[in-house]
Design a protein around this ligand. Structure first.
Ligand SMILES: *Cc1c(COP(=O)(O)O)cnc(C)c1O
Length: 354
């Protein structure tokens, strides 16, 4: 049987494993930070109609620049943004890959502060970008001084910040983003996949865009909108950044069906985003309950909670799975991550953990 090693694959990809959480058929799946609520019936119908209306014209390529969708996304973000400030792709992972292709790549470096989103170094690897693993503090926080010191030491071409951070859950103080922008020599990407779940008073980096043409904020419809299967991510930045990613994007990368479905979902955002408050309530309940049991938990501005199990986290992960609850082992010794979903999913998780 032929294996990867028998093929003339790039040397830097040899021995690597693909990204992927186990997709197991378990009753309570709290491992990939999906929104547990299905798409409401009224939105299902609206998306169906919007997609139906495009079917006859599928002989034609889609709007290559997705202008109408980008205008809708800009309207959702506010902050005075327009279509020229926004770019969309098949998930924010693709947006970030395009940013690496345009601003990093062979001979260049990207830096991120771990523990953070494991796709950032993988996207760097895939684009031939050398990855610099900078560190958060032992309590998972990141101070402006520490961020600036590490950036100054390495001088990366591109910096990833993740706020709220996956897998730890905590949002960055705006002073960290400002300090990074002041010290980074290249592009600064703030991955705000979980922005809609932030606790009150946690501002978005969108507010800093007018002063910083090297700042890019990435967002997604995969989490708060409950649209992970629709594959729609986007960025907000100076229009020049949008010009730059258009140099590397595949032509017609965003299908007519994706554009139509995403626009219909956005038009019904009130019906989709009602789940955010319910999920935040379950998140806060998980944090409070675990703390009342004496378990260490990171503050969370996201739809998940990182909690300490002590000792072998993979054994704890397996014991929870044996009780029908799938959580995430992110490879952080002694810690596991659980997604906040419905009330009954929280009941099941808290019961199984006990
Ligand atoms: C889930 C997640 C994303 C979303 O990726 P999509 O490609 O938009 O589905 C991006 N960044 C982080 C940190 C995430 O956890």
């Amino acid at each position: 049987m032929t294996t990867i090693d028998d093929l003339p694959i790039r040397d830097d990809l040899r021995g690597k494993s693909p990204y992927g959480a186990p997709q197991l058929d378990v009753a309570v799946r709290l491992n990939t930070n999906e929104n547990s609520y299905p798409v409401p019936e009224a939105v299902v119908e609206a998306i169906g109609k919007a997609v139906q209306a495009e079917l006859r014209d599928l002989n034609r390529y889609p709007d290559r620049d997705a202008v109408a969708l980008r205008a809708d996304l800009a309207g959702y973000l506010g902050h005075g943004l327009a279509a020229a400030n926004v770019w969309a792709a098949n998930g924010s992972n693709e947006v970030q890959q395009q940013l690496l292709q345009a601003f990093a790549g062979p001979g260049r470096t990207a830096l991120g502060f771990g523990p953070s989103y494991s796709m950032h170094p993988l996207l760097a690897a895939g684009t031939g970008t050398r990855w610099i693993g900078a560190l958060r503090d032992p309590d998972f926080g990141l101070t402006p001084a520490s961020a600036v010191e590490q950036i100054t030491r390495h001088g990366p071409d591109l910096v990833f910040l993740c706020s709220p951070n996956n897998p730890t859950g905590t949002a960055l103080d705006p002073s960290v983003v400002e300090a990074v922008l002041a010290s980074a020599p290249g592009m600064v990407i703030v991955d705000e996949a979980y922005a809609e779940f932030a606790r009150p008073g946690m501002p978005s980096a969108l507010a800093s865009l007018p002063q910083h043409p090297r700042l890019v904020v990435t967002r997604t419809m995969s989490k708060a909108f409950g649209f992970a299967g629709g594959r729609l991510g986007y960025l907000a930045a100076d229009p020049a950044v949008v010009d730059a990613v258009q140099l590397v994007r595949l032509p017609y990368h965003l299908s007519t069906l994706t554009q139509a479905a995403a626009r219909a979902a956005l038009a019904h955002r009130a019906a989709l985003l009602v789940t955010v408050d319910a999920i935040k309530e379950q998140r806060d309940r998980i944090v409070a309950t675990l703390r009342s049991r004496g378990i260490r938990v990171a503050d969370s501005d996201a739809n998940f909670v990182l909690f300490e199990v002590g000792g072998d986290q993979h054994a704890a992960w397996q014991r929870l799975l044996d009780r029908g609850v799938l959580v995430r082992d992110v490879g952080l010794a002694g810690w596991l991550r659980v997604t906040a979903g419905t009330e009954s999913e929280t009941d099941a998780f808290l019961g199984a953990l006990q």
